[in-house]
Design a protein around this ligand. Structure first.
Ligand code: ZN
Length: 484
């Protein structure tokens, strides 16, 4: 039995709350290698649900999975200048193997543009070979100084899509299509509201022409970049000589894209929906959607089972992910345990319920308890799960709106806002502000407030006219916030 240890309240220390929650819910453990974590079955199962949801969407948009080696020759990184500068500080190297020093060092991949670019240069010869639409599920390494389980670890799991196209327009459409795939998955399945938008040049992926992201607000008001999609133009095509013979008999460089989402989505799920009781999982993501707990004196258990077992079977047959908890613990202990693990719905059934042909349903999202008839229980529960899913999305969206600030138009006003929040122990949230497009103005925001530009949303709720920093004419309207 798990050690009875409280979860630090969110308002007291959000980071502690997060670590307490993922530890008590048994999602992960620390590993002997610094900055790396073990994904325990309950954590890995969340990743499997993320994989299922994304993979089916990738396939529906014409992509197929492949796998490339994890070790990448050093010379590959030298071919794209920005790429090597961006990733070099974080690369772990393999320098010897089989007791011998290697002629060329091999990097453990931080991302696979280089090795995939190399292979595409051999596979693509003619316009008939295009587009190439591949995805890879893999682990990658980025040697991080400051780590946080799921959100930032030195080794993490992800998928990386890599595509090659004959022309710019098609590649740009692909970049936006995959950003929309991420939005659809994260909002529909994870019930996490997002801003889709473009990254500023400073925040671009190393080697990309344009980077787009989906950004989510965590319950401490911080931002989490939940997925990115990059338009690479011909940068990697030129570095790796990916050329094709076009219909007009000219040899041309392809246009490439890449897009990725990782196990940090697990962190987002926890931080968007969790509360002081622990995890709260939206039904579409929850490995267990309904937990059934028999109540009443043990000597009447057999009577309870008369209705309990057929109910369990009917839910299972209807495709509901249901679990029955017969452990030798008190019902109250079990209620707390499953609430902490975030199961969306609890079904309690006791001897008196059998007589009246009913049961009690308790919702994790609202804490409400209702008594319902066992007639039509499958439909009742299916409807309720849909309602919980919708409610969790609406709640997360309302939280985001309550913590989005539209009236802070100068750096001084932002600093005053931060001071005010500090004094009241409130979250800073995000600020929608104008930006003139100058890197220096963006850097000054970061330097003086630790707020970074999140993205330039595609659909801003309002348009800003003045730069937050210099007061000059705004070229873009940008979300700023503290970020993970
Ligand atoms: Zn400015």
């Amino acid at each position: 039995m798990a050690e009875e240890k409280g979860i630090t309240p969110q308002s007291e220390d959000f980071s502690r709350w997060y670590i307490d929650t993922i530890s008590r819910a048994d999602l992960m453990d620390y590993s002997p290698v610094r900055g790396c974590i073990v994904f325990k079955p309950d954590g890995y199962e969340l990743w499997e649900r993320i994989q299922d949801g994304l993979d089916s969407r990738f396939k529906a948009t014409g992509h197929r999975n492949a796998y490339f080696p994890m070790l990448i020759p050093e010379s590959f990184f030298q071919k794209e200048k920005e790429h090597v500068e961006g990733f070099n500080p974080e690369l772990p190297w393999v320098t010897e193997a089989g007791g011998e020093k290697l002629e060329e060092r091999l990097a453990i991949r931080p991302t696979s543009e280089t090795i995939i670019g190399h292979m595409y240069s051999q596979w693509v010869q003619s316009y008939r070979d295009l587009p190439v639409l591949l995805n890879q599920w893999a682990n990658v390494f980025r040697w991080e100084k400051r780590t946080m389980p799921f959100l930032r670890t030195s080794e993490f799991l992800w998928q990386e899509g890599h595509t090659a196209h004959a022309d710019e327009q098609e590649a740009r459409e692909e970049t936006e299509r995959m950003l929309e795939v991420y939005r659809d998955f994260v909002e529909t399945e994870m019930a996490v509201p997002l801003w889709k938008g473009q990254k500023t040049p400073k925040e671009r992926f190393a080697g990309a022409v344009d980077t787009y992201s989906i950004e989510a607000m965590m319950k401490d008001g911080k931002a989490l970049q939940a997925g990115t999609s990059h338009y690479m133009g011909q940068n990697f095509a030129k570095a790796f000589e990916i050329m094709f013979l076009d219909k007009d008999n000219q040899r041309k460089y392809v246009y490439t894209t890449s897009w990725g989402a990782s196990t940090r989505l697990i962190g987002a799920l926890v931080m968007v929906h969790g509360d002081d009781k622990g995890l709260a999982l939206p039904p579409r993501m929850a490995p267990v959607q309904v937990v059934m707990i028999p109540v009443g004196p043990p000597k009447l258990r057999e009577k309870v089972l008369e209705k309990f077992n057929p109910t369990f079977d009917a839910l299972k047959a209807a495709g509901v992910r249901v679990k029955a908890d017969f452990r030798d613990e008190t019902p109250g202990w079990k209620f707390n345990e499953w609430e902490m693990r975030g199961v969306p719905l609890r079904l309690e059934l006791g001897p008196r319920d059998v007589d009246s042909n009913q049961c009690v349903l308790a919702r994790r999202d609202t804490g409400e308890k209702v008594t319902v008839s066992l007639d039509g229980i499958v439909e009742t529960i299916t409807n309720l799960l849909n309602e919980i899913q919708a409610n969790m999305f609406a709640k997360a969206k309302a939280f985001r709106e309550a913590n989005s600030h539209y009236e802070i138009d100068t750096l001084d006003a932002l600093k005053a806002h931060i001071e005010k929040c500090d004094a009241a122990n409130e979250t800073y949230g995000w600020v929608l502000a104008g930006w003139c497009g100058d890197d220096a103005c963006e850097a000054q925001v970061k330097e003086e407030t630790k707020f970074t530009s999140r993205n330039i949303p595609f659909e801003p709720p309002m348009t800003k006219h003045k730069c937050l920093t210099c007061g000059g004419e705004a070229k873009h309207t940008v979300w700023f916030g503290r970020a993970y």
